[in-house]
Unconditional design. Structure first.
Length: 316
């Protein structure tokens, strides 16, 4: 019997943005958002190890520590981190000020959705996110280190648009929480100790039961006229598709256990706003697991990184 049941699952997506068409802030407004381009590309395939950064790690680290890490590692900045910093003036000023004032203080990597699309189109694993970093030579605008920095109207509009798109992504995470008991019945039964055991067992199943994940994956279908998903028999744990499914299930499990009677229906709910942060955290974690190297200060993300990538490198 599989470690988790999918026989009552109602998770057949009809929105293709589950796997693609996910907006990417960087190519839309890179220059106007504070990136200044230089004329020559640097050598991106450095022998230094890579590490995916998330906001919690950047916020909790001193500038000297970030700059020291940049000497020994290729720092990968996901689209999610770039967006989070741009959308909050205080965070932006504090965090951008921690990077070296030089060309290419980080390498820019996109949304996990771009990796999923590569796999859907090629029927092959997309590889590490660092293989698809933005091949541009740039430096951050010095104004990003100031809370008084003012975006152009076009740039400000792009940030607002990305915020609206992010809120729409939350609905998928709400769905994942609501269907969790169809995979793992009995999570909320018994004593606190019993519930903890049940939850840990479910997390281990999500991380380790590839056959049940394939069963779930088989129930997903691409929209009419779009590329068909790769056959379930092909996908393995190194695929972005698998990692994204695992991580969405982990977040769904977490939210179901935290808010069993308060899963929000409207965007005015405060819990709904917290779920927006989950969407971004899921993007960080997906990229970190695929890269095999992740820097975070979030306890939950640390736990799940170890669970999904036990041989990977965790900073923080």
């Amino acid at each position: 019997m599989p470690a988790f049941s999918t026989d009552r699952m109602r998770y057949a997506p009809h929105r293709y943005d589950q796997f693609s068409n996910i907006p990417r802030l960087l190519p839309k407004c890179r220059a106007s958002q504070g990136l200044r381009f230089c004329n020559k590309l640097t050598n991106w395939q450095s022998v230094r190890p890579t590490v995916v950064l998330d906001k919690s790690f950047l916020q909790g680290s001193k500038a000297a520590a970030i700059q020291e890490m940049s000497q020994s590692h290729r720092l990968l900045m996901p689209e999610a981190l770039f967006y989070e910093l741009l959308s909050n003036s205080d965070d932006r000023a504090a965090c951008f000020g921690k990077f070296h004032k030089q060309n290419n203080p980080v390498e820019l990597i996109g949304h996990p959705g771009a990796m999923l699309m590569r796999e859907i189109q090629s029927h092959m694993p997309s590889g590490k996110p660092s293989l698809h970093s933005e091949l541009v030579n740039f430096r951050f605008h010095i104004g990003l280190s100031s809370p008084d920095f003012v975006f152009t109207p076009q740039a400000a509009s792009a940030v607002r648009q990305r915020a609206e798109e992010l809120r729409s992504d939350v609905s998928e995470f709400i769905d994942a929480a609501r269907i969790t008991p169809t995979f793992f019945p009995g999570l909320l039964e018994g004593s606190d100790a019993n519930r903890t055991i049940a939850r840990n067992t479910a997390e281990s199943a999500i991380a380790g039961d590839i056959d049940s994940l394939r069963d779930l994956y088989r129930q997903l279908s691409s929209p009419v006229g779009e590329s068909s998903f790769p056959p379930a028999e092909l996908i393995e744990v190194e695929w972005a598709i698998v990692r994204w499914l695992q991580i969405k299930l982990l977040f769904g499990l977490d939210n179901y256990c935290r808010y069993p009677h308060t899963i929000p229906d409207t965007s005015s709910n405060k819990i709904y706003e917290r779920l927006e942060h989950d969407v971004l955290d899921a993007q960080y974690l997906t990229l970190g697991v695929l890269e095999g190297s992740f820097a975070t200060s979030e306890k939950k993300l640390k736990k799940w990184f170890h669970l999904l990538c036990p041989t990977g490198t965790l900073h923080g």
